[in-house]
Write a protein that binds this ligand. Structure first.
Ligand code: BDR
Ligand code: CA
Length: 302
């Protein structure tokens, strides 16, 4: 009997590692993708929305809707990372233009979808700041409580941050949104830097992608652009793909439940986590990195 695929929405700010995650979701056939909602994060909302459409056009999946979401964090002003992701958010990798214009109002679209589908049958794979999801929780709590699972990349528990001393980008970009989601009591797994820094692309691994399917080769080009923006590194962490890998194979990860609070002050360590304080949150703290990389390569078609 065929196994039902997990129905998902990808909430994202592409972004190079977002792109690898989306290409994996498209190529692997492991997910039934109901739509891609976009959020301002790595770059502004116009850029991230266009990139979601470009990735779908490349994969010939213009049938999957792209729905534009929050153009700024809840209370802070936006941070942009064109230095890492390129001014186009895709490291200037060649991609077609979107085949279909985006829809608008990701939060209303998500609420409608969750009210329409069977309760707890849709997972949200969150690859960017949690602004859209916090608005969903605040403005449409009944719909939010019908979500099956949220898997969200963000934060650093025992690891140094990649923005402040202990602050990671997605949680620093919108710490208030992350705080709302911690307190929401929804089924949610956080995937922090403690895990994502273990799942790394080397040059050899990229060569394997280059020799694989057209989608794998495009993912290889995207990771190559990621190497270009961070010279001198032997490998690059695959942050956002870990969300997809968790959704597909949670057994590859070890999850711990811990209390987490978040720094929402406007300082350099905004978004830093305070373990031991705040709401109970499930956090993936360890990963079988070798098996995760193998799944990622195979799913991309390499
Ligand atoms: C996260 O921040 C973004 O730059 C990446 O796309 C990823 O979602 C890693 O800290
Ligand atoms: Ca991202």
């Amino acid at each position: 009997m065929p196994v039902a695929r997990l129905k998902v929405v990808i909430d994202t700010d592409p972004g190079l590692d977002d792109a690898v995650a989306i290409l994996f979701a498209l190529q692997s056939g492991l997910f039934d993708i109901a739509g891609i909602t976009t959020v301002a994060g790595n770059l502004g909302i116009g850029v991230t929305t266009r990139n979601a459409g470009r990735l779908l056009a490349f994969a010939g999946r213009g049938d999957i809707p792209v729905v534009e979401g929050a153009e700024r964090p809840l209370f802070r002003s936006a941070i942009q990372t064109a230095d890492i992701h390129g001014g186009d958010g895709m490291g200037w990798v060649d991609l077609p233009e979107p085949a279909v214009p985006p829809d608008v109002d990701a939060v209303a679209w998500l609420a409608d979808l969750l009210m329409r589908e069977e309760p707890h049958s849709v997972a949200i794979l969150a690859l960017g700041p949690l602004t859209n999801l916090a608005k969903l929780q605040t403005d449409h709590p009944d719909a939010a409580h019908r979500v099956g699972l949220i898997v969200a990349m963000g934060g650093a528990v025992n690891e140094p941050g990649n923005m402040g001393p202990r602050a990671e980008f997605n949680f620093q970009a919108d710490p208030h949104a992350a705080g709302i989601m911690f307190a929401a009591g929804l089924p949610m797994i956080v995937i922090p830097l403690d895990v994502t820094r273990k799942v790394r692309a080397t040059r050899d691994w990229c060569a394997r992608l280059a020799a694989g399917s057209p989608v794998a080769a495009k993912a290889g080009e995207v990771i190559e652009a990621y190497f270009q923006s961070t010279q001198g590194r032997e490998s690059r962490p695959l942050h956002d793909p870990c969300v997809m890998l968790f959704a597909a194979r949670p057994d590859l990860f070890a999850v711990e439940t811990m209390r987490l609070a978040i720094d929402t002050e406007d300082g350099p360590d905004a978004g830093a986590l305070f373990p031991g304080e705040g709401a109970e949150v499930a956090v993936a703290m360890r990963v079988n990195a070798e098996a995760a990389l193998e799944l990622l390569a195979k799913g991309l078609g390499a």
